[in-house]
Design a protein around this ligand. Sequence first.
Ligand code: HEM
Length: 414
Amino acid sequence: MTPSDPRGAIFLDPAAYADQAHWHAVAAGLRAQAPVLRIEEEGYTPFWAVTRHEDVFAVALDNEHFLNTRNSILAPDLQMEYLKSIGIEGETLIHMDGEEHAAHRGLANDWFRPRAVARRQEGIDAIADQFVDKFRQLDGNCDFAQDIAVPYTMRVIMSIFGVPAEDEPMMLKLTQGIFGAADPEYLGDLSDPMELLTDTIAQFDQYFGELTEDRRAHPTEDLATVIANGEVNGCPMDANARLWYYTIVATAGHDTTSFALSGGVEALLRRPEQVALLQSRPELVNNAVDEMIRWTSPVRHFLRYLTRPATLSGVEIPEGDRLLLSYPSANRDERMFDQPMEFDAARPNANRMVAFGGGEHFCLGSTFARRELRTILPRLLAAVDTIEVAGEAEWAQANFVGGVKHLPVAATFR
Ligand code: HEM
């Protein structure tokens, strides 16, 4: 890829995220020299990459001046047009603004409030215990990302969703088809990422269509029942919005959190003194989890569109233009974080990270994600005597949601 400014390739090229050292070096240069950089690349509507913490946060908080619209994820224009032409248009909370967004978010909001999530703690404890046991059964030798992080976060979210455990592998495949469409590992027999994407959406449609019928006929206490029977302004939710509601919970609900866990654990293991710190001061776990999320920033961007001209870091941007909010860059901003390229479980302001965004779209599942990580991390650290990285860690090639997808580890137990 050769965008108008070659530095823009770090936002466009999925493979660029797999080389984290290079990615962060380029982003640091942008924060210093061109914190709001216009990027033009053939096939893409131009956008401005926003890389400083202060700017990303300010834009996220101002939902009147900066809209999400139906195009809030970066993709080639042709791909968006093609999907639209075959009747596929994203309609998740992320694709909505204003009243439409508030009305849809209101449907599931109660499920994700801190008190509601706290009531799930016993269930999360039990699932975390199962996966620490699994780690023991594997003798501590495994691909931590695929054997522990992915299935653990999947089981937690599916347990509230109401999708049975036997369907989890399929959910996983579907998630990879949406988030990992650009990664050759997930393409399988298909040669074209678009084919994988449309195929995946069709499968989600069928699966969730059947789930809707079932939960309408036999309502239960799960989140799927809420979505199946959800009403917006007194009418049943539009079928497309319903499909995408399921889809965002099923995908955003585990892939993000599993990448925070696998990448956070990798960061810890590469710094044995941090493992020792957490083992001796378990009260640091909440802070360590925020540092893991800052460090990994599994969601790489969302887009915002200007309803009026704006000035960010001295750069004037006209009405109608679009911004790419770079969460991984904002979370390594030296203006906000001391020594941002260091992983520090005791970092005093780790909770200032913007990995969950902000404003009206602030991550619906943030309390869940934090709780999942806070539950399993101390159990793992209490169980192991030694633990280390035992091979190459591999990063997903994805410019939307990604992180460490393979992490060979070796552990001994107490
Ligand atoms: C470490 C894990 C996670 C990260 C880093 C993350 C990140 C994000 C980000 C950056 C946004 C957009 C915020 C904005 O536009 O300002 C978002 C929105 C969202 N997230 Fe998460 N997320 C995580 C876990 C979860 C989980 C566990 C769920 C559970 C279902 C979830 C569900 C959602 C939903 C439904 C939205 C859309 C909210 C809206 O537009 O109103 N996320 N997340």
